[in-house]
Design a protein around this ligand. Structure first.
Ligand SMILES: [Zn+2]
Length: 129
């Protein structure tokens, strides 16, 4: 298992040191390498993007009526991309929209994955959702 990776972005992103060149057409930022937030390994396989539903999409008449898919605390919706780490962890990269701002965070894929993450990172547990 890879050593824990700590960066300015938490456990999720590091500056890329492998490519040494821009990767995208009209690229505006440095390359960032994505890491598993559970173990820090940088070999992760993306799944199909899914909806990330904000509270306006799941509430009606002041109460939650529909429980669907992946949810977050913001007002607007967003995008969730599930990942499978080559060390066996499943996690989700989320971009949520709230009143003009977008927030990026990682979540567990299941409750079992959160327990595994907290066991590995017991000094800095992932926040519950
Ligand atoms: Zn992992």
């Amino acid at each position: 298992m890879a050593d824990q990776v700590e960066t300015a972005f938490g456990r999720l992103l590091t500056l890329d040191e492998a490519w040494g060149q821009n990767l995208g057409h009209r690229q505006m930022t440095p390359n960032l390498a994505l890491h598993c937030p559970v173990c820090g390994f940088d070999y992760n396989h993306p799944g199909d993007p899914e909806g990330l539903w904000g509270w306006e999409a799941v509430k009606h008449d002041g109460r939650v009526e529909v429980v669907m898919g992946r949810q977050w605390a913001g007002r607007g919706n967003g995008v969730a991309v599930p990942f499978a780490c080559e060390n066996g962890h499943r996690w989700v990269l989320c971009v949520g929209f709230h009143k003009g701002q977008c927030f990026v965070f990682a979540t567990r894929d299941t409750d079992a994955e959160l327990a595994a993450a907290e066991a590995i990172n017991d000094d800095d547990p992932l926040p519950p959702f």
